[in-house]
Ligand binder design. Structure first.
Ligand SMILES: [Ca+2]
Ligand SMILES: [Ca+2]
Length: 287
């Protein structure tokens, strides 16, 4: 029964003609103000990317490109909406991602962002939180930093983000971070911590939680590799990773050897798929 279910899932997914390596992974909407937001995602292969958005699901036609330009290609993607577009406050926007010219509409539901209200008072000037991100001995530009703040009473802020610069630095001003419901600026209490997640796509990830006083500057952050076999970069190995690897093994998708090569022979083939399937269903191959 289990076996036939797997075969059925494989058949359904293999019959899709689109390329999974362009599919947006870890899509996040951050930096929401009354008139801007950022939407970011990663892809397994180097892709072009832009968004289409509109204030109604039936009219998603406005285009915004990656902030690095319309000709940018890469595996981390970051679009800032509202700097050159006019967005209304407290308004819901519907967003589709276009990756390598394929439209991804979140399974028909679209990605959704509701802008915040206009806060009448200006933000109190806050500390800059800043630091550097590395991959091994080199800086890791293009890594997307996500950060939120947590007070000792467990109230948390909205999530803000920043793309690591060519120099390796990131910087976020703590003063303009809003509360989670976007209704006001977040008031730091004594003992506030910052929770950081670094998304480097196939270059890896890392996370850090520390007192906010330790974020000016933050300790250097080194990207660590995703677990071998975790092809959808969700920090776990399951059957959806096996399907991705199978597609690579039979050349429906671009192989990602760095993550998918289970037996470390520098190629992706069906023996890797079998090893990953065993891992995914809990038949450990260790020992
Ligand atoms: Ca996974
Ligand atoms: Ca292999």
């Amino acid at each position: 029964m289990k076996k036939s279910l797997f075969l059925y899932i494989f058949f359904i997914l293999l019959s899709r003609i689109y390329c999974f390596s362009a599919a947006p992974l870890d899509v996040r909407i951050t930096n929401i103000t009354n008139n801007t937001f950022a939407i970011s995602w990663v892809t397994l292969s180097s892709c072009t990317g832009y968004i289409k958005y509109g204030s109604s699901p039936s009219n998603i036609s406005n285009v915004v490109y990656d902030f690095r330009g319309s000709s940018y290609t890469g595996s981390t993607h970051y679009v800032i909406c509202g700097e050159e577009q006019f967005l209304e406050s407290e308004t819901t926007y519907y967003i589709d991602i276009v990756s390598n010219d394929i439209i991804y509409n979140n399974g028909g539901n679209h990605y959704i962002c509701t802008t915040g209200k206009i806060i009448s008072s200006p933000p109190t000037p806050g500390n800059n939180l800043y630091g550097m991100v590395f991959k091994d001995a080199n800086v890791a530009p293009g890594t997307i930093m996500y950060l939120y703040l947590r007070n000792p009473d467990n109230t948390v802020s909205q999530v803000v983000s920043y793309v690591v610069e060519d120099s390796g630095w990131w910087v976020i001003n703590a003063g303009s971070i809003r509360t989670q419901d976007l209704q006001n600026y977040f008031q730091l209490e004594t003992g506030c911590t910052g929770v950081v997640f670094c998304q480097g796509g196939i270059d890896g990830w890392n996370e850090l939680e520390t007192g906010i006083e330790n974020l000016s500057p933050a300790p250097d952050i080194f990207l660590q590799n995703y677990e071998t076999g975790d092809l959808n970069l969700d920090r776990g190995v399951d059957i959806s990773d096996v399907i991705l690897l199978l597609r690579m093994a039979i050349q429906l998708d671009e192989p990602v050897v760095a993550i998918g090569d289970m037996n470390e022979d520098s190629v992706i083939d069906i023996s890797d798929v079998i090893l990953l399937l065993r891992k995914a269903i809990g038949l450990s191959d260790e020992g």
